[in-house]
Design a protein around this ligand. Structure first.
Ligand code: 5AD
Ligand code: SF4
Length: 473
């Protein structure tokens, strides 16, 4: 049966396809968009064909990320035409950071788009949809409204999909790193009130969530107001979350080195639910480049910070972000980055070629842009080193017993997939009833991107069982 030919009661239901690009904040936002649209009869589907609404929730961080959106819009146009030929209507929307940055320009390049709206406005989706469906022209909404979307999202939102959930606690950024579009697309820093965060966390746990990742573009800059008017930092918030019965794991991402305060560092040593894994972008190991990036820290500041963190939690595994070929980066600067990577030892990391983003200060550093070939070579070198560190780190897991939270079904029959405390994917042959459970797994295999092993005990544990403390690469 063709999807457009449903009749009767089911015809009232509309299909919503959301494609999410970029960071975990976007994943969270996409889920909230689905929540806002549910009362209007939209039900999520995993195929764009025949959908009544398609939303591309976009990322603008690097040029490649935004170009992908335009090629996807081309494909969507054909599906929209097919639907129209069947007598239906497919509403097409571009959301997220490309929408915020490019606004009405998107409709000039892709006139079949009905709605363009930024990350701060999706609580207004019902009105926007009504206007787009009834009106002749498209809807463009790139405001930074005075009211917070978090105050206006449906109370019963955040129905979790599995045992691990994201919880957005902070948004926006005031750091203005010279390469980055985030302060322009997501606006200035905003922290949700403590009470709102705690309520959402309790609701998630009551729906069976065992692991919460606190999200923010600059999450460790969190400064949420509590009911008594006091302002809480992230460390205090984490301590309070750790009191929730049944919440076994807490993580947070992504952080800036300047905002790692004493209290948060201390939480890594004192809160057992706070996982021993930290994503802490450093971007470069060269003080000259770090200054040009406006990072406001040096390579040694970062090293000292890691020393302090490891003093509190010797078992801490680290992840980071690196950019190669920032304008003016010399061979010496790049060598300093490799040296920093060797000094720290990362369990995993992301690395990117510098991509000039229109409107950011670094994009207009005339004559200082690094040759594309050099950027490529440096990216390869940095990735080779980081991959070697990742493999070495994974290999230290062989013979250990790790707590794994099973949250996905593997590709092979009878296989479950979960995450270790250190964010590694762990593949195990295990009965389906263990899905959503924290299970002790004896690790027998270590690969570049994953581990494998067998179940030691199928007992549900309410507190994370900590592996024996040991130093790693
Ligand atoms: N070019 C390359 N990488 C970038 N990032 C942010 N902006 C750029 C850019 N213009 C990287 C940073 C950041 C991660 C999310 O994306 O490393 O931490
Ligand atoms: Fe971008 Fe820097 Fe803010 Fe991170 S801290 S979001 S890299 S401006």
């Amino acid at each position: 049966m063709r999807k457009g030919s449903l009749t009767g009661v089911t015809a009232l239901k509309k299909k919503l396809f959301i494609k999410t690009y970029g960071c975990q904040m976007n994943v969270y936002d996409s889920d909230r968009m689905a929540d806002v649209l549910a009362p209007l009869g939209y039900e999520p589907t995993d195929q764009p064909d025949g959908a009544d609404m398609v939303i591309l929730n976009t990322c603008h961080i690097r040029e490649k990320a935004s170009e992908k959106v335009y090629s996807e819009l081309g494909r969507i146009r054909h599906l929209q035409n097919e639907k129209a030929a069947d007598g239906g209507r497919m509403v097409v929307a571009v959301a997220g950071c490309v929408a915020q940055a490019e606004g009405a320009e998107i409709m000039m390049r892709a006139p079949h788009v009905d709605m363009v709206f930024g990350p701060q406005t999706y609580h207004q989706l019902p009105e926007m949809v009504t206007r787009a469906v009834r009106g002749a022209g498209g809807v463009v909404n790139t405001d930074f409204p005075v009211e917070s979307k978090f105050d206006l999202l449906p109370e019963e939102s955040a129905k979790p999909q599995g045992p691990a959930a994201f919880l957005s606690v902070q948004e926006g950024c005031d750091k203005f790193c010279t390469f980055c579009v985030v302060p322009y697309t997501r606006g200035s820093e905003y922290s949700r009130p403590v009470g709102q965060v705690l309520n959402e966390a309790r609701r998630l746990v009551s729906h069976g969530v065992r692991e919460i990742t606190l999200l923010g573009q600059n999450v460790n800059a969190f400064h949420g107001e509590a009911a008594d008017g006091s302002v809480w930092g992230l460390g205090r918030l984490i301590r309070e979350l750790a009191e929730i019965d049944g919440l076994a794991r807490i993580r947070y991402t992504t952080s800036h080195p300047r905002d790692m305060d004493d209290d948060l560092i201390d939480a890594h040593g004192t809160v057992p639910q706070l996982m021993p894994f930290l994503h802490l972008p450093v971007q470069s190991g060269s003080d000259r480049i770090l200054a040009a990036m406006n990072r406001k820290h040096t390579g040694d500041d970062y090293r000292r910070l890691i020393d302090r963190l490891r003093a509190r939690q010797p078992d801490l595994a680290l992840s980071s972000d690196f950019i190669t070929g920032f304008p003016g980066e010399t061979d010496q600067d790049f060598a300093d980055t490799l040296r920093l990577i060797n000094d720290i030892g990362f369990a995993q990391a992301y690395s990117f070629k510098y991509s000039a983003r229109p409107g950011t200060p670094a994009a207009s550093l005339e004559g200082r842009q690094v040759d594309e070939k050099v950027k490529d070579e440096r990216l390869q070198a940095v990735q080779q080193l980081l991959n070697a560190q990742q493999v070495a780190f994974n290999q230290t897991m062989i013979g250990r017993t790790l707590s794994v939270l099973f949250d996905r079904v593997g590709k092979l029959d009878g296989q479950l997939l979960g995450r270790s405390a250190y964010m590694q994917s762990v593949y195990v042959q295990a009965p389906a009833r263990l899905m959503g459970q924290m299970v002790e797994v004896h690790i027998t295999g270590a690969y570049a991107n994953s581990l494998s092993g067998h179940v030691v005990t199928a007992e549900t544990v309410t507190q994370p069982a900590r592996p024996a403390v040991e130093a790693h690469a």
